[in-house]
Design a protein around this ligand. Structure first.
Ligand SMILES: [Fe+2]
Ligand SMILES: [Fe+2]
Length: 261
């Protein structure tokens, strides 16, 4: 069981990633029943690993900031009162996620001012692309950008890339379940909203396709920017890109939208 314990990659500094040392750590685990990896709090991580862990969480903080701003802005251009109210609720949930991920980063010693240095250079483009469209009242682009692309990427990372992190921290695991439940709901809202708009012929297909293409290019750039962070999450860029694209396309197809992207 022991070597499956990938959080060791985060906790044990690269210099100590010696198979013999890992074997020793896991032997202690097997003999004493003490889960050594789990027992090591993030504060005890060695500097290089701590930085990597911080970079994982910095992306979650940044993603939540983008979603909070997008949901707030989208609520102002929602065509119906029920959607306006839902988006305000979504924004309040994003704020809760953001505060928790920020608390975690502060525990790791990463201040707000340093955050951007830890995030993939292309990441901020998600926010600016969405803001540019919602700023001119483009509701469809805002829903595709936030409720399908940004939230969909978060779901894929939380589901596919955090298994070992969850296995090693009950607190992180419980919080990730809580966040995932909310994010799935936000994506379902996006899917249903796009379906309704599509069925009432309220979507400019060419414009939506163009915007989705820009968002997909950004997803690709972000994923290709952070191979080391993905490696720490036991993910590789190529299969992740395939899975994320399949997730996006399935959501859009459920809404009746097929884009040549
Ligand atoms: Fe969120
Ligand atoms: Fe969300």
């Amino acid at each position: 069981m022991a070597l499956k314990n990938r959080l060791a990659k985060l906790i044990i500094d690269p210099a100590f990633r010696h198979p013999g040392f890992l074997k020793f750590v896991f032997a202690v685990d097997d003999l004493t029943g003490i889960d050594v990896v789990k027992a090591l709090a993030p504060f005890k991580m060695l500097p290089a690993s701590k930085q990597l862990f911080s970079r994982c969480f910095a992306h979650f903080v940044s993603g939540e900031e983008i979603s909070l701003a997008a949901a707030t802005e989208l609520s102002t251009c929602a065509p119906a009162y029920a959607e306006h109210k839902y988006l305000l609720l979504q924004a309040s949930e994003e704020r809760t996620h953001l505060e928790h991920f920020r608390d975690k980063l502060a525990q790791f010693g990463l201040g707000e001012a340093q955050l951007n240095r830890y995030v993939a250079p292309a990441f901020a483009r998600f926010g600016s692309l969405i803001r540019e469209r919602t700023g001119r009242g483009d509701y469809v682009a805002g829903v595709i950008g936030n409720n399908v692309v940004v939230e969909g990427l978060a779901i894929c990372l939380l589901e596919l890339g955090c298994r070992e992190m969850r296995a090693n921290s009950d607190e992180i695991s419980a919080f990730m379940d809580f966040v995932l439940e909310d994010e799935r709901h936000h994506v379902r809202f996006g899917e249903r909203t796009l379906k309704k708009l599509h069925e009432s012929d309220a979507i400019d297909h060419a414009a939506a396709e163009d915007f989705y293409g820009r968002m997909w290019d950004t997803t690709r750039d972000v994923i290709n920017d952070i191979p080391d962070v993905l490696d720490a999450m036991d993910l590789s860029p190529a299969p992740l890109l395939r899975d994320v694209k399949a997730f996006y396309d399935a959501r859009l197809a459920a809404a009746g939208l097929v884009f040549a992207v």
